[in-house]
Ligand binder design. Structure first.
Ligand SMILES: *Cc1c(COP(=O)(O)O)cnc(C)c1O
Length: 361
């Protein structure tokens, strides 16, 4: 068996130990004689799997009791509509910070439901910076403030949590959740598609303060109503049972690794190693301002873009795959989520050094 070091932005690598565990349990989960995929979501076996996954996530993230954790379908993209539908209440406007492609998508969707105040916009510099707190033009009467904590495509990550006073703060954490500890109580809502740092695709996790539930617009589709899902423990309809189970195995794995403090330590080291090689040579460049550099998604360019194809080909030969940058940005992008072993980053760094040396000799 050969496992590649897969730098895909998502769906992305999962811990090998997690996939092996799923393999062991594939045909017969815990003596039940059933695969998890074959279980009724209302049966006692699956209820125990679902409940444990939620509790493990609560433990790992230290989620306060007054927050609901929802396991939904529809991806992070569905939240772009669900947020205004559920959280505008009697307000007519919401603040959005625009730091990249995912911010733009959230904004475009919100505009269908409310006035959008762009509190900050970094498009002028090609989405390569994070706006400072002082630069945020917040409307004190906004229903909420929405931002993308880590822009997966641009590789731009906030190095602080925006202070929005009494206005509820909502973060799209699809590509940064579980990468380090975060103070959940600073947020009204956190959401994340699973396929980056949680588990397989098909699942979206929403962590929402319970006082925000119950003011959805009248015409909100039932399946888009957070309260409906909260009141039914995410089992109003059939949830994505297998993805939920796999996410649970990942939460257990994070606990075994020492929790988010331990994750953060390794993630910081992995990112620093990669940025160090990018910065140490003229041959490579990073488009992102230093204080906005993502720990999870590291875009980088070759000084001579004509070498991109050779770089990717040589990398694949070393088992380093899916390094091509997003079509909108070009160059390379290495996504190094929790499941990317440090050896994978070490191998990439060694390859980058060797490739640059070969080209300049
Ligand atoms: C991937 C991603 C999304 C979209 O997720 P889906 O689950 O495909 O809808 C949204 N926001 C961010 C930051 C992402 O990385």
């Amino acid at each position: 068996m050969t496992r590649m070091f897969n730098f895909s932005a998502g769906p992305a690598m999962l811990p090998t130990a997690v996939i092996q565990r799923a393999q062991q349990e594939m045909l017969d989960w815990n003596g039940s004689g059933m695969s998890v995929m074959e279980m009724s979501h209302r049966g006692k076996e699956y209820m125990s799997i679902a409940g444990k996954a939620e509790q493990d996530l609560r433990d790992v993230m230290a989620i306060p009791d007054n927050y609901k954790v929802l396991f939904l379908q529809g991806g992070a993209s569905s939240q772009f509509a669900m947020i205004p539908l559920n959280l505008l209440g009697d307000k007519t406007s919401a603040d959005y910070i625009n730091t990249g492609m995912w911010s733009k998508k959230a904004i475009a969707e919100a505009k269908r439901y409310c006035d959008v105040n762009i509190a900050a916009d970094t498009s002028d510099n090609g989405f390569t910076t994070v706006p400072t707190q002082a630069e945020l033009k917040l409307n004190p009467d906004a229903a909420y403030v929405h931002y993308v904590a880590n822009e997966t495509i641009g590789g731009v990550e906030f190095d602080y949590i925006p202070d929005t006073g009494d206005v509820p703060l909502i973060a799209d954490m699809s590509s940064t959740i579980l990468s380090r500890p975060v103070d959940v109580s600073k947020f009204a809502m956190i959401y994340a598609g699973a396929q980056k740092n949680i588990g397989p695709a098909g699942l979206c996790i929403v962590i929402i303060r319970d006082d925000l539930l119950g003011k959805a617009a009248d015409n909100t589709p039932t399946m888009f109503n957070y309260k409906v899902h909260a009141d039914n423990d995410s089992m109003y309809n059939t949830p994505p049972t297998y993805s939920w189970y796999m996410a649970g195995l990942v939460f257990e794995w994070i606990k075994e690794q020492g929790g988010l403090e331990a994750m953060a330590k390794v993630n910081k080291r992995k990112a620093e190693k990669l940025y160090a090689v990018i910065d140490s040579r003229e041959f490579y460049g990073s488009p992102v301002a230093k204080n906005g550099r993502s720990w999870m998604n590291v875009p980088f360019t070759l000084a001579d873009a004509d070498l991109d194809a050779a770089f990717l080909e040589g990398a694949a030969e070393q088992g380093l795959i899916t390094l091509k940058g997003h079509r909108s940005v070009g160059g390379m992008r290495a996504s190094i989520y929790n499941a990317m072993p440090e050896e994978g980053v070490d191998a990439l760094v060694a390859y980058m050094q060797a490739f640059a040396k070969r080209q300049s000799s």
